[in-house]
Design a protein around this ligand. Structure first.
Ligand code: DAH
Length: 345
């Protein structure tokens, strides 16, 4: 082992290939049982004059080896760091990783779009409960006891007597009038979920409506037509035309259904509008005097108009869907199709 001179050891150390190898050199020469250490232990046995010279020499050797070890250690560490940096080098030319970003459900987009348009037309938002009393859902809206909506087959009655899952958002008309306590104008929209015992390609048991109500002095059918036409053009594009057909709802008199020129074919005729060029999008009318009275307003002093539309129905028309259930199946292949769709069109 000690055939090497300490000078040779210094040379080897200067070329050691690894920190592990350095550790060995350290142990072998200056460790507890290293060559130099052992020699130093032997000094005691020497006569004083020899001891001095030998001690001096051993100290020099020890210093030289420690120095060589420290120098090589520093170099090896530097080399290691450089290699690490090289291995971890970032390739700034690689394309970025695109995070998965969610998107709003098409129905949420349509509902928000409708809300945006109506808020800009001066309406405020109003809400009511989804589990509603028969009074608000039916009676207060002048819906007679023999009306089909009041049959068990058509509505979801709950275990609490006199309560029903609201079949439309119209009960919010009464609640909003009550909250206004006779103040004018009342100008609200009420978006929300509604429930009916329906389930087929064009009906689901839970669906969304947006209700609208305006009550003020001197409100006429002209206000209704002007407002709803403005809304339709904001929603579907400025070239949209509207037409009103007379209809029947217990809570309005007269009652009108509004058709718009088909957004899919611009009125030319297509599958969505069944080649008529028109699609029905809402029910409306002048608020029935009984309904005004039930909301705490005097029909001799004020009048109003109301409207209600189905959000799913509008989404179907806008997107040309013939099966409403697609909107509720949460099939990503379908939903991701709306990824690049900005608004409604
Ligand atoms: N509530 C009606 C329905 O669910 C829709 C409706 C029609 C609402 C006429 C109205 C209205 O406010 O004036 O079928």
């Amino acid at each position: 082992m000690s055939e090497l001179s300490w000078q040779e050891a210094v040379e080897h150390i200067a070329q050691a290939a690894s920190l592990d190898e350095l550790k060995e050199w350290r142990a072998r020469w200056v460790g507890r049982h290293g060559t130099i250490t052992e020699r130093m232990k032997e000094l005691k046995a020497l006569p004083p004059e020899e001891r001095r010279a030998r001690g001096y020499e051993l100290n020099q050797a020890r210093e030289a080896i420690l120095e060589a070890l420290a120098a090589r250690e520093a170099t090896l560490k530097d080399l290691g760091e450089a290699a690490n940096l090289e291995a971890e080098r970032w390739d700034l030319t690689l394309p970025g990783r695109q995070p998965e970003v969610g998107l709003l459900h098409p129905l949420t987009r349509v509902r928000r779009r409708i809300e945006d348009v109506l808020l800009r037309l001066g309406f405020s938002l109003a809400y009511g409960p989804q589990v509603e009393t028969e009074w608000y859902n039916f009676e207060a809206l002048n819906i007679p006891p023999n009306h089909p909506a009041r049959e068990m087959q058509d509505s979801f009655f709950v275990d609490i007597p006199g309560m029903v899952l609201r079949t439309h958002t119209s009960p919010v008309q009464i609640r909003a009038m009550e909250q206004h306590q006779g103040r004018l104008p009342v100008k609200i929209i009420a978006p929300g979920l509604t429930y009916r015992r329906d389930d087929d390609a064009t009906h689901v048991p839970m669906f969304q409506q947006v209700e609208g109500l305006v009550v003020d002095r001197g409100i006429s059918v002209a206000d209704l037509m002007g407002t709803l036409t403005a809304m339709a053009q904001e929603l579907l594009g400025p070239s949209t035309k509207t037409r009103f057909r007379s209809s029947y709802f217990p809570f309005t008199e007269p009652s009108l259904e509004m058709d718009v020129t088909c957004a899919v074919c611009q009125g030319r005729g297509c599958r969505v509008c069944k080649d008529t060029g028109w699609v029905e999008i809402l029910g409306s009318g002048l608020v029935h005097p009984t309904v005004l009275r039930n909301g705490g307003y005097d029909p001799d002093q004020v009048s109003g108009f109301a409207f209600g539309m189905g959000v799913e129905r509008i989404a179907m028309r806008l997107y040309g869907l013939d099966d409403l259930r697609l909107l509720y199946q949460n099939d990503l292949r379908f939903l991701l199709g709306f990824r690049h769709q900005g608004g409604l069109r």
